[in-house]
Structures are given as C-alpha cells and as structure tokens.
Design a protein around this ligand. Structure first.
Ligand code: PAN
Ligand code: ZN
Length: 194
C-alpha cells in the first residue's frame, strides 16, 4: 500500500516530536538492576521513582524499506556515581544500523559488540553518530541539563533488550571526585548473542 508523505515537528530544546503516536516513559523502577550501585538504587526508590528518560516515536510499519524515527530525552542525574542512561539494546535484526543526532545537552554513546569490542563517542548538539551493524548502543547523560537526541533506524530492526539486561555494557560512565570517566563494569560478562 502506498503511504502518503508526511511532516513532523521537532522541538530541539524540549525534545518534543509532534505529532507522535507513542511516548515511552522509563522510571528508575523500570530499570531495576541496570545501574551498578543497587544500594543507591534502593535508597532512591524509598523516597520516589525518578523519571530517567522518555522517548517519543511515530509508529511506522516494521518492514524493510521503511524507517523508524524517535526522539529521546534523558534527564540529568546519577544513581550512586553512575549517570542516568538509556537501557540500551542490540537490534533484533543485529545487522541493522542506526543514526543518532545530538540536539541539546551533552552525553556519551556507549557501544559494544556481542563478542566484547567496546567503543564510546562524545555527543554534543550537532554531532551525528553512525552506529554500524552489530553494535549494541546506550546513551548516557553526562551533563546537568536534559540530553536530547534524534534517532533513525531501519523499519524492521526491532529491539533486543535481553542481552544488555543480563550482562550490561563492558564499561559504565561514572563521576568520581568531579571527574567523568569510563570504569570497567564488574558485572559484565561476554554476551553470546552472535
Ligand atoms: C532509540 C532508543 C531510545 C530509548 O530510539 O530506542 O533512545 O533507548 P532504549 O530503547 O535503549 O530504551 C533506538 O536506539 N532505537 O533503535
Ligand atoms: Zn537502536
């Protein structure tokens, strides 16, 4: 069936994508066990359930030939020493790629392959990252303001969250003594997805 061309509006400052079909909310309780410091996680959850990030999507056919588009806003904050971040995922069709474009705030893109190759890229407004096939990806907000980015990826890519939920990423982004750096994740084990 022929789809009609259409426009959408992006508010670079707030991250609003309009009109969108779905806004997904990820609170700390939706990410249990994903931050290293589970004691800090428990303490935070005793007094509330902060919004870590949200992302809005236009629902498009999950078919080859189409694209999916999404806008994500990650709040500033930390659980223990670890910055707020997205869950992160591989694509279900692992050989599909993605483009992330930084629009507001500052952050870092963590990537890794199933056999443990790790890479990270600093993202700022106007910086575009190309995530090639087979790289799992997670965005981290390393600033003091919301970190907003645009994403576009193949229509049929799908998402595989399970492998990241099991093992996390090889490295985590933390702040210690005012310094931001990548630390080895003691919980990380080599994945077996590919
Ligand atoms: C992005 C992500 C979005 C939220 O649109 O889905 O930033 O992150 P999680 O999916 O890891 O929760 C994307 O990479 N889509 O493929
Ligand atoms: Zn993706």
């Amino acid at each position: 069936m022929l789809m009609n061309p259409f426009l959408m509006n992006i508010d670079f400052k707030s991250g609003d994508l309009k009109p969108n079909d779905r806004t997904n909310i990820r609170k700390l309780s939706n990410m249990k066990g994903m931050f290293l410091d589970t004691e800090s996680e428990r303490r935070i959850l005793e007094s509330g359930d902060p919004l870590i990030y949200s992302f809005s999507e236009k629902v498009l056919p999950e078919e080859p030939g189409h694209l999916q588009i999404a806008m994500t806003s990650i709040n500033p904050g930390k659980v223990g020493q670890e910055y707020y971040m997205t869950k992160g995922h591989y694509h279900k069709l692992a050989h599909t790629s993605e483009v992330y474009l930084g629009l507001e705030g500052r952050g870092c893109l963590l990537m890794q392959t199933g056999d443990g190759i790790f890479a990270s890229l600093d993202i700022r407004p106007g910086v575009l990252a190309y995530i090639p096939p087979f790289w799992g990806h997670r965005m981290v907000n390393t600033g003091n303001t919301p970190f907003i980015f645009f994403a576009v990826y193949p229509g049929d890519a799908g998402h595989n969250y399970g492998d990241i939920e099991k093992t996390g990423f090889a490295k985590i982004l933390v702040e210690r003594n005012g310094e931001t750096f990548l630390a080895n994740n003691p919980r990380w084990k080599k994945g077996s997805s590919f």
